[in-house]
Design a protein around this ligand. Sequence first.
Ligand code: AMP
Length: 224
Amino acid sequence: MSELNLILVGPPGAGKGTQAERIQQDFGLPYFATGNILRKAVTDGTELGKQAKAYMDDGKLVPDELIVGVLLEALDGAEATDGFLLDGFPRKISQADALAEALEKVGRKLTAVLLIDVPDEEVIRRLSGRRTCAKNGHTYHVDFDPPKHEGVCDQDGSKLIQRDDDKPEVISKRLVTYHDETEPLVEYYEARDLLRRFDGTRTPTEVHDHIRATIATLRLEDAI
Ligand code: AMP
């Protein structure tokens, strides 16, 4: 069976993290989320974290010099030789080009880019009530998906926090960044016949069923 190299794209709050957890379980893929990598660097107080924090708090993308090398190195590791699932990368055309070049060099290619689409009003509604587990990034919503015990992650018992960039003034900036810098990737990957669209306003289970069926079909086509 050939490798499964997948990318998740979509506005903040589209449910990429939720779907990533499920896809990982379905297909046993290593998962790389640049947002999680950067947040960990900030918490750990590394040089990367120190340099990235101001951009993140302002809803902007961190410069390519900070993140592209980190991500490509991770993909080059033994863990990712049979496939990968990327979330939050690439986030702009220059990053997509860097990824394409790195994959081409080693004779690999992308299997599909999964776009989870959600309108801006829904993004705002979701992110303003989102709470995130401090340890592993599991997410909840205060109204639509509350944890069993307020402020505590059901999955690992760690504290739930509101991400600094989920505060209302930053959410609108992140949406502007998404439309200006990330959305052009939709056309980019459509032109390369890699894009698959999913309606992110459906329930997580419906979105997941649709994604899983799409990946299964892609694998089947590949095997023929
Ligand atoms: P996320 O968790 O994917 O929403 O990412 C949180 C923040 O990390 C973003 O708002 C950016 O500031 C930064 N970030 C994550 N991935 C990237 C990337 N590929 N390029 C630049 N900045 C990124």
